[in-house]
Design a protein around this ligand. Structure first.
Ligand SMILES: [Mg+2]
Length: 242
């Protein structure tokens, strides 16, 4: 059975050290010429954050104004991540895990993120991860993260021709909203403590599996594939459905 793995980006694959949040605040200040409000960014879609900004300033939000805001945000994001003192990085274990999974015929790698599609592309490109992903569901597909699961499944089917169902889908993410999104779709979630929540919090939200991060690569690989490998990369318990 082919499996669809839906990766969150921030706190799961990469840490931008606040470059994303800073870009939203800088865009807010430039577009509205006033100090930015604070945001509850963890796991929220960027389209809902932008709507919060418009509401905060009591400004009507039409498609044109939204697009104008997005383009200032994307420009600020690019500038932040291109700065000489940018500290962002791919999280430990991520490249190893993606390399272990990318050529498996029973695994399809994809994205489920609150980032705008162009923001996700920028972040992944900047960190050398774009090569692993060609489709996904994004924060500008819907303002409610819980509605992104069915979109992700549809995109995966369009891209691969395989009709993925929630039972052969796994979300990997770092916040309560990733857990709730998996519950809304009816799929399992591997939650990682490398982002905005502690492993204890993620357990209390009811995640199916909690790891400190994808730095625990062998356990992540085992949970995703159902196979064990030892530290030398040798398979030790191949499953019967391979
Ligand atoms: Mg995240």
């Amino acid at each position: 059975m082919k499996k669809l793995i839906l990766f969150d980006i921030d706190g799961t694959l990469i840490d931008t050290f606040g470059a994303g949040l800073s870009a939203i605040k800088l865009a807010t200040e430039e577009v509205f010429e006033q100090p930015s409000p604070d945001f509850d960014i963890a796991g929220n879609t960027h389209s809902s954050l932008v709507t919060q900004v418009f509401q905060h300033f009591g400004v009507a939000q039409d498609a044109e104004a939204t697009e104008a805001f997005y383009s200032v945000y994307l420009q600020k994001l690019d500038q932040n991540m291109s700065a000489v003192d940018y500290k962002g990085a791919v999280l430990e274990g991520v490249v190893d895990l993606l390399e272990m999974l990318r050529y498996r015929e029973d695994i399809e790698l994809s994205l489920l993120t609150g980032n705008l599609a162009r923001g996700a592309e920028l972040k992944l490109q900047k960190h050398g991860l774009l090569q692993y992903f060609s489709f996904g569901a994004f924060g500008d597909d819907h303002y409610d993260r819980n509605s992104l699961g069915p979109i992700a499944l549809k995109r995966a089917e369009l891209a691969t021709g395989f009709p993925f169902k929630p039972k052969n889908t796994l979300i990997i993410g770092d916040t309560k909203r990733d857990v709730l999104c998996a519950r809304a779709l009816g799929c399992k979630i591997l939650a990682v403590g490398s982002g905005m929540s502690t492993t204890k919090e993620l357990e209390s939200y009811g995640a199916d599996m909690v790891l400190s991060g994808l730095s625990d690569t062998l356990h992540a690989y085992k949970y995703i594939t159902g196979e064990s490998i030892d530290a030398c990369g040798t398979h030790v318990t191949p499953t019967e459905d391979l």
